[in-house]
Design a protein around this ligand. Sequence first.
Ligand SMILES: [Zn+2]
Length: 281
Amino acid sequence: MTAVGSHVSTRRGFREAARWAKEMGGDAFQYFPSNPRTLQLKRFDSGDAERCASWCREEGVVSIGHSAYLLNPAAEGDVALQMAASALNDLAIAEACGSLGTVVHFGVIRGDDPLAGYRRIIDWLNRVLAQWQGDAKILLENQAGDHGPAGTTPEELVQIRSLCERPERIGFCLDTCHLFASGEWNGANGEAFGRRCDRLGFWDGLVAVHLNDSRHPSGSRRDRHAAIGEGHIGDAGFRDLLAIPGFRGVPLVLETPPDADGTHRAQIARVRQYGEGENVQ
Ligand SMILES: [Zn+2]
């Protein structure tokens, strides 16, 4: 059984977010542990987080957090320390809510020395994870290529993880819109992509999928999510990708524009149909 759901608001708290996710027909969801537009640390209601965790356990719902967009593991200087504190805050909240981890984008490498950028990403992950004892993981997300080529390939995710001091504390979150926009997968070469990931040992690290359609064609390097089945990936593209055995049992979370009724109910139902008799059930 593969869990499916969407990103939900925590306006009414973590437990309510989980309940709403299920009401939409989901058994997975994503939320922002703290404000996604700042690096400010959040004081959270630990009672609410615990109720979220126990409710999800009882109801069979899985969740992931998503850290601030400002967070860039490749950043230089003092801001990198602030970003590490923000990530640790999110890990603590994700842990309290019973989540699998918190998603962090791979990182934007500035300057003309990409190797130094990869080094900074590894150092940053080491710094964060040296201070972290919980089970929640940092979930590194592949990028669309709109800020340069770094972080678009499964090779980079696997390599960065393996070079870190605590790889067991790092997982991957694969975004299908980014994968498609970057050109790493074109909507029809899922089998070859699956074999490439087999050789890399990529699947062992895969914890979650951001299942998003794309407003722009494969190779466009543009990051604009579309509703499921309404973009350039389409139903055939998702079937191509989700047929890869490596996705079996990995939660699928939508970060897409809502349906006409303001929810993700219809899109979640649509995703479940992809797997009838296959991986997603
Ligand atoms: Zn994403």
